[in-house]
Design a protein around this ligand. Sequence first.
Ligand SMILES: [Ca+2]
Length: 116
Amino acid sequence: MKTVWLALAALPLVCGCLVMGGGNRLRYVATPRLEVSFSSIAAADEFYRGIAAADRGDYTEGGGFFVIPLLVMGGATFHETEFYNAQVRRTDVDRDTVISDAEAAAYRAAMEAEKK
Ligand SMILES: [Ca+2]
């Protein structure tokens, strides 16, 4: 009986792997990263904590039923640059390409609030 449960648990992983051809898919991304600086180390720290809490779902292909196995196996395509740029645009409210302490703190608070 234990073997059957293990087989059932492994099934989604196998399916996800087959559908995507397995493994990582590399994709050339022409979009450059936005250049941005931080007003302080604390601002950078807040910003990256915000990024860690931000929802990556909109920037990851291969959703629906297979999303968990694909993420576990690294088979989904995550558009890292687009994701990063979107976070920078969202954070740098006054568009001066400097993320201030206040902007970073507001961004992090918003990301953590959305996560809940
Ligand atoms: Ca700014």
